[in-house]
Write a protein that binds this ligand. Sequence first.
Ligand SMILES: *Cc1c(COP(=O)(O)O)cnc(C)c1O
Length: 381
Amino acid sequence: MPSRNPAASDTGDPFLLTPGPLTTSRRVKEVMVHDWGSRDTKFIGINREIMEKLPEIVNGDANFVTVPMQGSGTFAVEAMLTTFIPRTGKVLLLINGAYGQRAKKICDIAGRAVVTHETAEDTPPDLGAVERLLKEDAAITHVFAVHCETTSGILNPIVEIGALAQKYGKHLLLDSMSAFGALALDASAVGADAIAASSNKCIEGVPGLGFVIARRAALERTEGNATTLTLDLHDQWRNFEKTGQYRFTPPIHVIVSFHQALTEFFAEGGQPGRGKRYAENCRVLIEGMRALGFEPLLPDRLQAPIIVTFRMPADPRFKFQTFYDALKERGYVIYPGKLTVADSFRIGCIGRLYPEQMRGALAAIRDILDEMGVESLKAAA
Ligand SMILES: *Cc1c(COP(=O)(O)O)cnc(C)c1O
């Protein structure tokens, strides 16, 4: 029997080398061992602090507000798209993975007009083509982009996209879910009206709360846009302004835990500190995997330090399910691929993980390859 990694997490659970939910600190879990009523003044204060602190992470000044939304990250993305894009609006969706596709599905269901610019999962948008679309289609009111497309781990050029949106007077909406807190993002400079993220990615909280950082002036103009009651960010925000409370039952434990995660985030030095640890995790992971013979899908210049896609080796002795199960047995959970461009699997470098865990995973991978008798890690052509 393979022995568990001696550095196993402090709960004895495997490390999650996944894009979220991810490994959290012990304290983030411990603070949930209480009951609170939703009108509890202590809880309301904790929630207010979260709402005040979040915009700081994207350099959002007093012009920005946080509107939390119960649910996973997708609830926040759907709330953002359907609250900010008026029923008569039209959005240009930049798609290079599953999360861009999901935004299209949201808009289609909500009856918002869309135009798409789609590139392969390993390819950033063609900015020249984006500019032509913006120039030629005056009906476009909004541009939607995914910051780090977690499908492949690609970093999209949001600063350039933001500059184009500003040049043509379009409103920018960002899904920064897997990048928020890890990668530098300046909400004012990029010109975003709204940025969606969630509790269980780079802030290292538990899942259950999405949020949108919104430019106050833009949010004020969204009254009546929403096509659902629950996902109406304008109404949610108004209610906070009036009462400091959620309209419907909040995931209180998640929020209290998220508050602890944020405290730990700022103690680590905020975005620069956290981004540095993830970048180091990512570097150790890619170097180690390359040394073993694995091929990352993306060139280094497109790779965000969030999650790395590796090509599936062609050697028939490499069986992914066996590899996955054996790694889990040794204390590391990885993530299957979700790509159409290449047969692949993914390994995340976010969460309460350090280079030590990356090295532990690499050592486990080396052992498992030996056990499977894999000789070459070359991917199929
Ligand atoms: C995780 C993620 C989401 C939200 O996914 P949920 O499963 O709803 O939390 C949205 N966009 C991106 C880019 C993500 O990485």
